[in-house]
Design a protein around this ligand. Structure first.
Ligand SMILES: Nc1ncnc2c1ncn2[C@@H]1O[C@H](COP(=O)(O)OP(=O)(O)OP(=O)(O)O)[C@@H](O)[C@H]1O
Ligand SMILES: [Mg+2]
Length: 281
């Protein structure tokens, strides 16, 4: 059981949270070398998603005509095969990518758990990284102190907190990154699946903290290949394929259509290969 104090709540004073995504398309030009991996590009090519933009550049169409709205209480799971567009959609909601067409409107404070090392500076000490994150989130001095205590208690890094991150082991960086990312409690929580990966003792403790955070958020958008997590945490699911939403509805029903059978019980699940998805090229 974690005895750490509950995280720092930000931005709950205003209006209820809301997300409106209207006819959003996102594409990436391929020529300047920022295509993330050969595998994903091959998947995109094989699924007919390479196109041209107005300047005749070759682009991958990562999201196509995506529309949905979420209000306080909605917990949305994003499912679909590798390259379906789940991470791109999360990053678009977080404001990291801008739609080429369409509109995204986010109302409420946001915490995006998308990249484990997001916003961490290896040259700064653990404690300095914590303060920096707090300042970035607009915390006052009393809240900053609480944030430091909270992260310190959870990450259990002892004296290492006074040393620069570059000398941490990779496990230590994960502990700090996780503790920090889950210390700020937002109205809208965006989460990519890496947050649920791993099965060490730490991940068990981490999961408890994550579940607490998920319960505290007004809106959750989660991408995961773990059907049981999506079933347990989400009340609505978007099934994505080739950048499009191909089904949108109640979690149990969409998951069953996606998998081709009901979601198995916890003991036998993990990452389940969906029967109703074409095999990867
Ligand atoms: N930075 C990028 N540059 C070029 N193409 C990209 C970039 N990011 C994503 N893509 C393309 O967008 C498509 C969607 O990728 P995305 O990472 O959103 O898929 P995903 O559903 O999250 O897949 P996974 O289950 O593997 O995480 C892929 O075909 C990929 O080629
Ligand atoms: Mg992804």
């Amino acid at each position: 059981m974690s005895t750490a104090p509950r995280g720092i709540v930000v931005g709950h004073a205003g209006a209820p949270a809301r997300i409106d995504v209207c006819d959003v398309s996102v594409s990436f030009p391929l020529y300047h070398g920022n295509s993330r991996s050969l595998k994903k590009t091959v998947i995109a090519a094989a699924s007919g998603r390479l196109g041209q933009d107005r300047s005749h550049r070759v682009v991958v169409q990562a999201l196509r005509d995506v529309s949905f709205s979420l209000v306080s209480g909605d917990r949305l799971g994003l499912i679909g095969s590798n390259g379906a567009g789940k991470t791109t959609l999360l990053r678009t909601l977080a404001g990291i990518y801008e739609p080429v067409v369409g509109r995204v409107r986010m109302q409420g404070s946001i915490n995006a758990l998308l990249d484990p090392n997001l916003g961490m500076n290896p040259e700064l000490t653990g404690r300095e990284n914590i303060r920096l994150r707090g300042l970035y989130n607009g915390l006052g001095s009393a809240q900053l102190r609480r944030l430091e205590e909270d992260v310190q208690a959870f990450a259990e890094l002892g004296d290492f907190l006074s040393l620069p991150l570059r000398i941490y082991s990779s496990g230590m960086v994960v502990r700090l990154g996780f503790a920090l990312a889950t210390a700020i409690r937002p109205q809208i929580l965006l989460m990519d699946e890496w947050f649920l990966a791993g099965d060490s003792d730490f991940m068990e403790k981490a999961r408890e903290r994550l579940e607490d955070m998920v319960r505290g958020a007004e809106i959750l958008v989660l991408s995961s290949h773990q059907a049981d997590v999506v079933r347990d945490w989400c009340n609505r699911v978007l099934w994505m394929r080739d950048g499009r939403v191909i089904a949108d509805g109640e979690s149990g029903e969409i998951l069953e259509r996606y998998l081709g059978h009901p979601v198995p019980t916890k003991e036998v699940t993990g990452t389940t290969r969906p029967r109703n998805e074409p095999p990867l090229p």
